[in-house]
Ligand binder design. Structure first.
Ligand SMILES: Nc1nc2c(c(=O)[nH]1)N=C([C@H](O)[C@@H](O)CO)CN2
Length: 130
């Protein structure tokens, strides 16, 4: 299965467990991997036949700016749900990094994978993804 990536998407967010974190915005970074069949877009050179990484980046940014979760786990779930439901992505990997959160570290993060790769293969065989 082919992939479309969004790497290093930076958004300032209201996020965190502690009281002081509810008063500030903190930098988060998103790495997204989405399974899709890029052959129809490649054959036609047509943006509407692939996953538009610009539109998806904008949608993630809007979601994150409007969210106020405590845990980056909750935000990762919300982002994966958005990508799967709004953009019809059958399988997605979402990594949410909070690089300033822990002293003496380069980064802390969570990563989730949601959906099924086999269902996208089924769609291609049945012609849905053509
Ligand atoms: N697995 C997680 N651990 C922690 C989180 C989190 O979102 N997921 N959050 C915090 C605090 O908000 C922290 O970022 C403050 O520095 C602690 N652990």
């Amino acid at each position: 299965m082919d992939r479309v990536f969004i790497e290093g998407l930076k958004v300032d967010a209201l996020i965190g467990v502690y009281d002081w974190e509810r008063e500030i915005l903190q930098p988060l970074e998103f790495d997204i991997e989405m399974a899709t069949d890029i052959r129809p877009a490649a054959a036609s050179d047509e943006l509407s036949l692939t996953l538009d990484y610009f539109s998806i980046s904008q949608a993630i940014t809007t979601l994150v700016k409007n969210a106020s979760f405590k845990l980056i786990e909750s935000l990762a779930e919300a982002v994966s749900q958005l990508i799967r439901e709004k953009f019809g992505v059958c399988w997605v990997k979402v990594k949410v990094s909070k690089p300033g959160a822990v002293p003496n570290t380069r980064n802390v993060a969570v990563q989730i994978e949601r959906g099924s790769l086999s269902s996208s293969a089924d769609q291609i065989v049945s012609g849905v993804a053509q």
